[in-house]
Design a protein. Structure first.
Length: 158
């Protein structure tokens, strides 16, 4: 299996408001940058979209080390999701799970694509180079959403 490092981040200008997501994928000396955004969204939705889009970009099962600064996403996928599914996408307090549509997409990618994923939390805005690049890409996603253009993919040798 290929080894891939992924750094993801989401950004929102207002919550809700215009938002963006960004992902940096690195494997065998090649880097791929992904970003996109929406005009009316939340920070948590953009954090989820960054991870979804990054994992969706992988063409075959991979060993992934995924760095993210969102405890909401990390704990949601590693701790909370089993209970949500068992309760029909409801929380322990019997409320509907927020962002269930995105959690279901992420669950399908995690459980159905054969990836081995090591989820690693990093502190945001603390100088981690991968997180800083993902943050920059997420902000590009905000800009493209405000302009009404689509996200982009850039691949370059590392």
């Amino acid at each position: 299996m290929n080894h891939v490092q992924i750094h993801t981040d989401g950004a929102c200008k207002g919550n809700p408001g215009p938002g963006g997501w960004g992902a940096l994928l690195q494997s065998d000396g090649v880097e791929k940058e992904l970003f996109g955004g929406e005009l009316q969204t939340t920070n948590n939705r953009m954090e989820l979209m960054a991870v979804i889009e990054a994992l969706d970009a992988l063409q075959r099962p991979c060993n992934v080390v995924l760095y993210l600064d969102s405890e909401y996403v990390r704990k949601g996928i590693t701790e909370w999701i089993a209970g949500w599914k068992a309760r029909g996408w409801r929380t322990a307090a019997r409320q509907e799970v927020k962002n269930a549509d995105l959690w279901q997409r992420l669950d399908a990618l995690v459980s159905g694509r054969g990836h081995q994923i090591d989820w690693r939390w990093v502190k945001g805005h603390s100088g981690d180079p991968g997180n800083e690049r993902a943050d920059m890409l997420a902000n590009r996603g905000v800009d493209q959403a405000r302009r009404g253009t689509r996200g982009a993919v850039a691949t370059s040798p590392h």
